[in-house]
Design a protein around this ligand. Structure first.
Ligand code: FES
Length: 106
């Protein structure tokens, strides 16, 4: 599925993320090396570090936030109204046209 990710340097990456590999947005950022190793996905996708925080810039409908994600975002830095944790967003065809920007490192 085609999505756009703006990295922490402001560079735009248009990628075709695989929908058949059971990946989430954080894992896609890692595997496409959109953020340097060790700066994203630190908790391994457990909604416990917020290193995968991103700002959702498109009006794409995303899965509703679960309690863990909400609790983590309540504690994280740089949180905005459009913040989500990338590790909590599975890559599906529903993400078509999604545009996100990675939040600054904490
Ligand atoms: Fe830690 Fe998403 S990878 S909260």
């Amino acid at each position: 599925v085609k999505i756009t990710i703006i990295d922490r340097e402001g560079e735009t990456h248009e990628i075709d993320a695989p929908t058949d590999m059971n990946m989430n947005l954080m894992e896609v950022v890692r595997s496409y090396e959109i953020a340097p190793e060790g700066t994203i996905g630190i908790c391994g996708g457990m909604a416990m570090c917020a290193s995968c925080q991103c700002y959702v810039l498109s009006d794409t409908e995303l899965p509703e936030m679960q309690d863990e994600e909400e609790a983590m975002l309540a504690e994280a830095f740089h949180v905005e109204d459009n913040s989500r944790l990338g590790c909590q967003i599975p890559i599906t065809h529903d993400l078509k046209g999604l545009k996100v920007q990675l939040a600054p490192e904490e």
